[in-house]
Ligand binder design. Structure first.
Ligand code: SF4
Length: 283
C-alpha cells in the first residue's frame, strides 16, 4: 500500500521535545486547534523572536556562494529580519524589552561577522519537503511515522568529501545531553544525502567566537532513541492520552498555552506556519 504522508504521525525535534517535557504541553502546541480559526496555537516570546531573527539572517547566507556571503553587511539584513518580530507580534511588552533583545541579537550577528571562518567554506543543502515542509522521510513505514527537521548549516569538507553539522545557539543554556537534536540530524542526513557525516559543532554565538565540537551518536543509537520517543508520541495520539502527569501537583510549563484556551492571552497575528500567535498577558 502506498504510504500516505497526510495520515502519518509527523515528529520533529521540537514536537518530541514538547512531548518529553509533558504530553499535555505536546497536545496544546502540536494537536489542539482553535475552535474559532481551526489553526494550531503558539506563544510568542522575546527569546524565540530573537532566535528566529538571528537564524533567518545566518541561515540565508548558505544560499549565497561562499566567496560572496559577506559582501553585504549582516546588520543590514538583520534590520529587515527584525521587522517581522518587532512589537507584540514578537512577544515584546515594552519598548525597553525589545531594545534589549535587539541589542543582544545585534551583538550575536556582529560576533559571527567578525569570526566568519566557519561560514566561509562551501555548504551542502538537503532537499526541502513539498509545500514548504522541512526536509523529511518515513522514519518507519510500518508505524506510519515521518521524521522532519531543518539543519542550520552543513559544511562541506573537501578533504574526505564529508559533511559537518553546524548548529547556531542563541540561547543562554547549553544543549542538554539528552537532547534528540543530533540523533535526528544523523538520521536526516543518512536518509536525505549521500556523504558521510564527519562531525558536528554547536556555536553559542552570544558568548563564543567559534563553534565547539560535539560528539555524534552512532546511527543505530540515533535510530533507537528517536524511534522510542516517536512511538510514545504515536501511542499518545492514538489513545488521545495527553493527561497532566503530575496530577494535582501541577507545574507551570503549560500555563502560557492554558491561558490561550481560557481566553486570557492576546491574539497578535498568524505565524509563518499558519498558526495563531498569542502573547501571554500575565507575563
Ligand atoms: S502542569 Fe506541568 S505536568 Fe501538568 S500539564 Fe501542565 S506542563 Fe504538564
Amino acid at each position: 500500500m502506498p504510504m500516505d504522508k497526510y495520515s502519518a504521525v509527523w515528529v520533529s525535534h521540537s514536537s518530541m521535545g514538547d512531548f518529553l517535557k509533558c504530553p499535555r504541553c505536546y497536545y496544546l502546541h502540536n494537536v489542539y486547534k482553535s475552535p474559532k480559526t481551526g489553526r494550531k496555537i503558539s506563544i510568542v516570546s522575546p527569546a524565540l523572536s530573537l532566535g528566529s531573527a538571528v537564524h533567518e539572517v545566518l541561515e540565508a547566507l548558505a544560499l549565497i556562494q561562499a566567496e560572496k556571503r559577506f559582501e553585504k553587511p549582516l546588520l543590514e539584513k538583520f534590520e529587515k529580519a527584525w521587522v517581522r518580530v518587532s512589537g507584540k507580534r514578537g512577544g515584546f511588552t515594552s519598548e525597553k524589552e525589545e531594545i534589549e533583545a535587539k541589542e543582544r541579537a545585534k551583538e550575536m550577528i556582529l560576533r559571527v561577522e567578525r569570526n566568519r571562518e566557519p561560514l566561509a567554506e562551501k555548504t551542502i543543502r538537503i532537499k526541502e519537503g513539498h509545500n514548504g515542509m522541512p526536509p523529511n522521510f518515513f522514519l518507519s513505514e510500518e508505524e506510519n511515522i515521518i521524521l522532519c527537521g531543518k539543519i542550520d548549516w552543513l559544511i562541506h569538507k573537501p578533504e574526505d568529501d564529508s559533511v559537518h553539522i553546524l548548529d547556531f545557539k542563541t540561547g543562554r543554556n547549553e544543549e542538554n545531553g539528552e537532547s534528540l537534536q543530533l540523533p535526528i540530524y544523523q538520521l536526516l542526513l543518512k536518509k536525505l544525502q549521500k556523504r558521510k557525516v564527519s562531525g558536528a559543532s554547536y556555536w553559542y554565538i552570544e558568548r563564543d567566537d567559534k563553534p565547539v565540537d560535539v560528539s555524534l551518536p552512532g546511527d543505530e543509537e540515533s535510530f533507537e532513541r528517536v524511534m522510542s520517543v516517536a512511538i510514545q508520541v504515536k501511542k499518545a495520539r492514538e489513545g488521545r492520552n495527553f493527561q497532566c502527569p503530575r496530577g494535582s501537583e501541577g507545574c507551570f510549563d503549560c500555563s502560557p498555552y492554558e491561558s490561550i484556551i481560557k481566553g486570557e492571552a492576546e491574539f497578535v497575528g498568524v505565524g509563518e506556519m499558519r498558526q495563531d500567535l498569542y502573547l501571554e498577558m500575565s507575563r
